[in-house]
Every structure is written in C-alpha cells, then in structure tokens.
Design a protein around this ligand. Sequence first.
Ligand code: NAP
Length: 313
Amino acid sequence: MKAIRYSAYGGPDVLEYLDLDDPVPAASEALIAVHCASVIPGDWKVRSGQLQEMFPIELPTIPGRDGSGTVIETGSKCDWAKVGDEICFLTDHAELGSYAELVTRPQEMTIPKPKNINFAEAAAMMHAGVCAWIGLVETAGVTNGQNVLIHAGAGAIGGLAIQIARAAGCNVTTTCSATNADYVRSLGAHHVIAYDQENFEEMVFEQDVVFDLIGGDAHEKSCKVLRSGGTLVWLIARPFEDVSTHYGVTCLQAIVHDRRETLKSLAERVSEGILRPQVSCRLPLEEATKAHTMLERGQNSRGRIILDIETCM
Ligand SMILES: NC(=O)c1ccc[n+]([C@@H]2O[C@H](COP(=O)([O-])OP(=O)(O)OC[C@H]3O[C@@H](n4cnc5c(N)ncnc54)[C@H](OP(=O)(O)O)[C@@H]3O)[C@@H](O)[C@H]2O)c1
C-alpha cells in the first residue's frame, strides 16, 4: 500500500510517501480501504517530537488520528463488519495511523459512517467531534440557558463545539479572527469576538463555561470572565497554572478518550443533522507535507484539512 511515514522526529520534510506492506487484520478486526484522513494539529506536534512524553511512539510510524473508508476484508472472527460497509475510525497517535491506503481496526475504534455526510466530512467528524463532545458535554456538562464562551470557534474542534453548545440551548459566544465572524455565526454563534481586533476579557462577563482551545494567556483571562463557580474546560493550556482558587472557579482538563459511546452520541447527532463537521481543504495523500506545513504555520481555518486517498487495490 501507499502511505506516509516518518522515521525520525523533525520538520514536515521528514514525511515520506512510500510503498509499504499491506496490514493484515487480526481475527476480530476489519481491513479498511481508507478514502479520507484528517490532518490534525496533534499530528505535526507529535511528528516534531515535542509531545514525546505524552505520546511515546515507536519510529518509524504512520501519522493520522482518524479517517473514513470502506471495509474490504474481515478477520476470521470479525462479526461486526462486512465487506462494503462504510465506516469512520480512530487510530491512536501511538499506533500506525490513517495516512495510508489501508488500516486495520477493531470495532471499538469505529462507527458506521452517517449516510448524510461524505467521506471527507466523516473523517472531519471523528477526532474533532470527540474532542468537542468530551469538552462540552462530558466535562463541562453544558445545559440549556448557560452562557458559554468557546475559544477558536473557526477551528475544527471549535466549529463543532459551537454547534454542540447551540443545540444544548446555550447562549454561545466565540472568538475567532474578524474575517471568520460570519462563518462562526453561520455555525450558530450568537456573539463573536474578533481576537485580532478586540480583547475578549473586556467584552464578555459572567460566563458559566469557557472552553479553552488556545491556552497560554487565554487560560487566566478566561477565568476572569467566568461567573463565580463557573467552569473552565481546557484542551490546551500551556503553560498551565491553576488559578481556579484565586478566581473562585473550577478548571478542568478535557481528557480525550476514544470510547465508542462517545462516537455513537456524536454520529447520532450528525445523522440527525444537528451537527455538521467542517472541511477546510482537501489534498492528495502525497501532499501530507504541505498539509503539515499549513497547520504548523497557523494557515488552516474553517475546519479540517483532509487527505484524499485514491486506493489502488
Ligand atoms: N491536549 C489534547 O488532548 C488536545 C486534543 C485536541 C486538540 N488539542 C489542541 O486544541 C487546539 C485546537 O485544535 P483544532 O483541531 O480545532 O485546531 P485548528 O482546526 O487548527 O484551529 C485553529 C483555530 O485557532 C484559531 N485561533 C488561533 N489563535 C486564536 C486566538 N488567539 N483566539 C481565538 N482563536 C484563535 C484560528 O482561528 P482563525 O482561523 O479565525 O484565525 C484557527 O481557526 C490545537 O492547539 C490542538 O493541538 C489538544
């Protein structure tokens, strides 16, 4: 199979487009011909070597945390999938990933592809949706009528987070660049704060929940805009300093897991048309280096970069 692989940590140019041996499904696994794979910020951060403590991986490795495709073979005891099934899947950073024509997956890392979205959107739904769902539903427990501030609403996770909060009946404020104000409104944001023109900490107060997808300075500033007893949920907060006691708020890290119950909840909302994942741009698999460069330079906006994979089986 064709795949992207790297053998040493480094810049985007360590990514190589290669012919590798086809993977073989274990007894309970399905072999999936991958049609689309997401390129997420974590992919370049792991590739650069900066997350070695968090994700100890063996090199060489194939990057890619999620994707979508069609089952083309099943293991001898695989009773949950059949050839032709359209499927979305997760892979872990520590496993061989989705930038490849083929992957093998156990049932717990898959979910049937919602019929109302295409394969690119199906890949964009997976890791981004899981993070948004875990942050807002499982960690913050957002409820009807709450004031919720979502940072980075024009990103892949932020875009789904806006929709989740809006569907829960929250009053949604989001931060993004001025150029994306109409875009985030179209996703359901009631109020928009342009981070390149305004300081959110001077614009918004008494929030019940802040979802921090930026970190750094935004962490403490976000505590200031919470009501007493409010909750800051963060996915990224480096450098992290817990200032919750000082502000009388609760700071919770959204711990990303890949439980199938979460995948099911997410896919159900997508099937019902309540949530729609966003795709910012599509590139062929062999242009993974370009995709990593764009993400690393902060040049991606309005959803996931998707690698299109033409399976030559
Ligand atoms: N720790 C974990 O387990 C974990 C898991 C998943 C994700 N993350 C992190 O969460 C972050 C978001 O992920 P993602 O996939 O949604 O990224 P993404 O799709 O690349 O989105 C990035 C967005 O950040 C926005 N942005 C940049 N600076 C901003 C600022 N000062 N204020 C408001 N928005 C700003 C940009 O908005 P504009 O386009 O409008 O400029 C851009 O759309 C990444 O840093 C990722 O590494 C961590």
